[in-house]
Design a protein around this ligand. Structure first.
Ligand code: PLP
Length: 367
């Protein structure tokens, strides 16, 4: 489907709301029916009706249609944030006694969900680098039901060969979920590669202005219905109409913003690569990146996040560097209009900082 059509037209029925170019925020918790028969039908199919906004809501629906199309997926659900989306996707597909194989360093709160919550209900997780199919095959057990991917992965941008993993998973009836936030569906179409559930936190690029949280799951109608009818309605972590409207607005400028971030990133990567005070740059489209070929094969672009390591190993020097940057804010998150810097050592106790650890010295920049 044409990108411009998706972001400007799809799902919008302007005649229903005075031909307003921007859709209304349907700030309603519930919807009335003319007859009891209509109400009964709504009870029977809450996903196909407006009954109560913990389920469906017209503003949220416009966003769902656009996001599903962007991913080339049959359907989509939008949550109050990315963590809630991930949690629901995993929860819907595991039961006590099941086993998950996950990339070693998924987003921190995803790992906490595996380690601190799912483990309490008898769901175990094996973590692997996951850079080649064989690792996934070796880690797979008779009770493995789910592969959790994140490609590129945080900080070091490790990749997984998505098509190969998806193909293998299908032969074993294992569900694949990926956190595709780094690339967005615009620059990495994971559904096309056979992944079952594409997750992204809309908080980053879809919103784009560092003012709204949201999380997206895309996949088949059947999978989205399964999640809707259990976790989505039960946990009640669906997005609110105003936030959905903010993401519809964010989508209007998404391609333009990504292009600009992409351009800035490339300029900065070139500058940083040649800088005498920088020891190493970690970026998927840099020729020094160990999985450069795979990155070029499965990603249309790499952009936004770049990790650098200074030659100067001292913690104080890293901190001085970060605090001296003029146009960068020191903050978590990314995908917004502002440039950001965050050193890995900010999350490491001062006494535990090891200047010989490359990891401890990493500084992540977002352009
Ligand atoms: C890669 C990645 N996945 C998921 C999340 C969670 O998204 P949210 O903050 O919207 O819950 C984040 C948040 O920073 C993230 O960076």
């Amino acid at each position: 489907m044409n990108l411009s059509y998706i972001i400007n037209e799809l799902g919008e029925d302007r005649e229903q709301y005075f031909n307003a170019v921007s859709p209304p925020i349907m700030q309603a918790s519930n919807f009335a029916f003319n007859t009891i028969d209509e109400l009964s039908k709504a009870f029977a199919d809450e996903m196909g009706t407006y009954l109560y906004s913990r389920g469906q809501n017209p503003t949220v629906d416009i966003l769902r249609k656009k996001l599903a199309a962007l991913d080339g997926a049959e359907d989509c659900l939008v949550f109050n944030n990315g963590a809630a989306a991930t949690f629901a996707a995993v929860m819907a597909n595991v039961k006590s006694g099941d086993h998950i194989v996950s990339v070693k360093d998924p987003y921190v709160w995803t790992k906490k969900a595996f380690d601190n919550i799912f483990s309490r209900f008898g769901v175990s997780t094996t973590y692997i680098e996951g850079k080649d199919l064989q690792e996934w095959q070796s880690a797979t057990q008779a009770n493995t039901v789910l592969y959790y991917l994140e490609s590129p992965n945080s900080w070091e941008y490790g990749l997984q060969p998505l098509q190969e993993i998806a193909d293998f998973a299908k032969t074993k009836n294992i569900i694949t979920i990926i956190d595709n936030t780094y690339c967005t569906p615009i620059y990495q179409n994971v559904i096309e590669m056979g992944i079952d559930i594409a997750m992204q936190t809309a908080t980053k690029y879809i919103g784009g202005h560092s003012d709204t949280l949201g999380g997206v799951l895309c996949g088949s109608h059947a999978m989205m219905r399964k999640i809707f009818e259990s976790e989505y309605l039960t946990i009640g972590s669906g997005i609110q109409p105003f936030n959905a409207w903010a993401f519809i607005r964010g989508l209007r400028t998404l391609p333009a913003r990504l292009e600009r971030i992409n351009h800035t990133t490339k300029t900065m990567v070139e500058f940083l690569s040649n800088h005498p005070k920088i020891e190493k740059i970690i970026f998927p489209f840099h020729p020094s990146f160990p999985q450069y070929e795979l990155a070029k094969k499965q990603m249309k672009e790499a952009f936004g996040l770049v990790t650098i390591i200074l030659k100067d190993k001292k913690r104080e020097s890293i901190i001085r560097f970060c605090e001296s940057l003029k146009a960068f804010l020191i903050a978590v998150s990314w995908g917004g209009h502002e440039s950001l810097v965050i050193p890995r050592c900010a999350g490491i106790r001062k006494e535990n900082y090891n200047p010989d650890s490359e990891k401890h010295r990493q500084i992540r920049l977002y352009f």
